[in-house]
Design a protein around this ligand. Structure first.
Ligand code: SAM
Length: 261
């Protein structure tokens, strides 16, 4: 397939490594009824996944890919829109009213991947996702006991996460300057926090992780009354000298429950 020139502003790096393509296309197989792909580009993943003949829609900003994508999908299923502004919930409620098993798959444009992830996790109708990130960002989503961070805490409220595979720069044309990682996500049966509290929790995380290397007692005192901070830490059985990045999600949630307005 002859590819159009890659538009750098849209983070266009087209996948060409058969192992990575295969791993993504096979992920969550048998566990979804509908597919929503974000940023399909010329349809490298679309071509293979559409063979499973599930209801399939794509959101893509670059209209140059229309002819490529209509080889695999009905034009009514192509949405040439900015993925950051797309109404995912409205779309799923309208088009796939009956389905509880929607898979969102994307080789994300790196410059907006974290913003998109935060948007996706707030869509209550998705059941699983497979997302490609710049390795440094994607690794934040896999908890290793000492790397708690805002993106991980927000994501794990609603999803469990696992590394699917790594992708070297040569896996793409043109190759990006960095390594990549594909993360597989499965929605939790029960969210750990209602979506109505998402913004409040996000604000708390910004305060908690503003100075990651500093002791949590000192960090929180810059945003809350010192006495309240000490009480909240004591009630959560956390020492003020710890660093927030060593907390697990349960500890972060407990602390939040004692400090939330
Ligand atoms: N899925 C293809 C692949 O794996 O080869 C292309 C992936 S490429 C890394 C990212 C894709 O996202 C491009 O097709 C790009 O045009 C699209 N894209 C970038 N920014 C976008 C946005 N804001 N909204 C929708 N699509 C966007």
């Amino acid at each position: 397939m002859k590819l159009p020139y890659a538009n750098k502003e849209l983070g266009q790096h087209f996948l060409r490594d058969p192992d990575v393509i295969h791993a993504i296309c096979e992920d969550h197989k048998g566990n979804y009824d509908c597919v929503l792909e974000v940023g399909p580009g010329p349809g490298i993943l679309t071509e293979l996944i559409s063979k499973y003949e599930k209801p399939y829609a794509v959101v893509e900003k670059d209209t140059r890919f229309k002819d490529y994508l209509t080889q695999h999908l009905d034009p009514k299923d192509l949405h040439f829109e900015d993925a950051l502004g797309f109404d995912y919930l409205g779309f799923i409620n309208n088009q796939w009213e009956q389905s509880d098993r929607v898979w969102l798959v994307s080789n994300l444009p790196y410059n907006i991947s974290a913003l998109l992830l935060i948007k996706f996790i707030q869509v209550p109708r998705l059941s699983c996702m497979t997302l490609m990130f710049q390795k440094e960002v994607g690794q934040k989503l896999i908890f290793n006991g000492k790397n708690m961070n805002s993106l991980l805490a927000l994501t794990q409220l609603y999803y469990t996460t696992e590394k699917l595979c790594l992708a070297r720069p040569e896996a793409f044309v043109p190759p990006p300057k960095v390594d990549s990682i594909v993360v597989s996500l499965v929605v939790r049966e029960k969210p750990l926090l209602p979506l109505s509290e998402f913004k409040k929790f996000e604000t708390f995380l910004r305060q908690l992780f503003q100075l990651k290397r500093k002791q949590v007692g000192k960090v929180l005192k810059t945003c809350f009354e010192p006495e309240l901070v000490l009480k909240a830490l004591e009630a959560s059985q956390l020492s003020p000298t710890l660093r927030a990045e060593s907390f697990n999600l349960e500890q972060v949630l407990l602390l939040y429950s004692h400090l939330k307005p």
